[in-house]
Write a protein that binds this ligand. Structure first.
Ligand code: NAD
Ligand code: ZN
Length: 369
């Protein structure tokens, strides 16, 4: 049951995304076909179009999608037609050493097949018959997508799919960085650099975990206003600061327990590390370009017992954590409605990317018919 589908594609690096009709093949062994309801636009999608995250074009973008299963392949027993699912841009093979030790976000299978399905093949091609890569096992910025079940998580049918989609990247990444990776503790001080779709969720994750002081840092006043709504107690526009690290050290009376880099620049990772108190932890969430480097004073690691670490997909165990996040949303403790600052049709996708680049959105979401 092949489907024609409109899809958002990066055809050429450093060019705007294009919307094209493509062909999506029926699911094979262990796969499902999804009719997408919504897909969030993440900075990582943009990074795939400019070489920051190297994905060879042409590539069908999208890794923050939710929809309904409309077909299942052979040996698929846990999913059926009609199930609601959210994509997971890390695949969970269940067999590698990382999956086996409870760290599916580091699954070996995901690393081996970043632009295809886990077996290295594709179900996507253009109308001329040329294969199209997919973003991180997903490619869900399309009306239909065929994914391996290792890249999907079933969610409650009552959960609105536009909100559910956001859990597939921004929310899981941001909240997870605070709750799973850093394990922010009650009464602590957290500083979040970058208040986009990911950073706003790191802020609300820190608030959920009980941080008493949450300092949001951005270069855009509009984002800092949003940050307050998501739980920031203090905001700093780094554009107005001669030395943002000094300002934050003063504001936090000697430094933060946790600092998060949610921009994707080594320079900001160094700032995050710089605002730590002794014993503090800096978490790099943003994805920097392949040549980007950072530097820190080595001895400060030793004398200050500081930790510098990364967080991929919020250290998620998606099958466990997605339902947990949905539970928090239902309990009115996780803001998802407020995250969707603008919705777009698929034809408006280029505008959604431009708006993200211009800093106009918390999260822009493409809604499919
Ligand atoms: P976004 O574009 O929505 O937000 C980025 C924010 O950073 C904006 O508010 C922008 O104003 C701010 N910013 C830019 N330069 C800044 C500076 N010098 N100082 C302070 N703030 C600055 O992006 P997003 O979707 O939130 O993604 C953020 C980063 O996280 C990207 O690098 C993305 O690739 C990465 N990401 C990582 C993971 C992961 O698993 N670790 C998952 C998703 C996204
Ligand atoms: Zn993302």
């Amino acid at each position: 049951m092949e489907q024609k589908a409109k899809a958002v594609i990066c055809r050429e690096i450093n060019q705007p995304v294009v919307v094209e009709e493509i062909l999506v093949e029926a699911p094979r062994r262990g796969e499902v076909m999804i009719k997408l309801a919504a897909c969030g636009v993440c900075h990582s999608d943009l990074s795939a179009t400019n070489g920051t995250i190297p994905f060879p074009p042409p590539v069908v973008l999208g890794h923050e999608g939710a929809g309904k299963i409309i077909a299942v392949g052979e040996v698929v027993t846990d999913y059926k037609v009609g199930d609601h699912v959210v994509s997971s841009f890390v695949s969970m093979c269940g067999k590698c050493r990382y999956c086996q030790t409870g760290r599916p976000q580091l699954c070996d299978q995901a690393g081996k097949a970043a632009t295809t399905l886990p077996d290295g093949t594709l179900r996507t091609r253009d109308l001329a018959g040329n294969p199209l890569n997919i973003f991180s096992g997903c490619g869900v910025m399309a009306e239909y997508a065929t994914l391996h079940i290792d890249n999907v998580v079933k969610v409650d049918q009552q959960m609105p799919l536009d909100k559910a989609a956001l859990i597939g990247c921004g929310v899981m990444t941001g909240v997870g960085a605070a709750v799973n990776t850093a394990k922010v503790d009650p009464g602590s001080i957290a500083v979040v650099f970058g208040c986009g779709g990911v950073g706003l969720n790191t802020i609300q994750g820190s608030a959920i975990a009980g941080a008493r002081m949450i300092v949001a840092v951005d270069t855009n006043d509009g984002k800092l206003e949003m940050a307050r709504k998501f739980g920031a107690t203090h905001v700093v526009n780094s554009k107005n600061e001669e030395n943002v690290v000094k300002t934050i050290l003063k504001l936090t009376d000697g430094g933060a327990d946790y600092a998060f880099e949610c921009v994707g620049l080594g320079e900001i990772a160094a700032q995050a590390y710089g605002v730590l108190r002794k014993g503090g932890t800096a978490v790099v969430v943003g994805v920097a370009g392949p040549k980007d480097m950072t530097s820190i004073r080595t001895a400060s690691l030793t004398f200050g017992e500081k930790t510098l670490t990364g967080s991929y997909f919020g250290s998620a165990r998606p099958r466990e954590d997605f339902p947990r996040l949905i539970g928090l949303y239902r309990a009115h403790r996780l803001k998802l409605d407020e995250l969707i600052s603008h919705t777009y049709t698929i034809d408006q996708a280029p505008q959604a990317f431009a708006d993200m680049q211009a800093g106009r959105n918390a999260r822009g979401v493409i809604i499919f018919e």
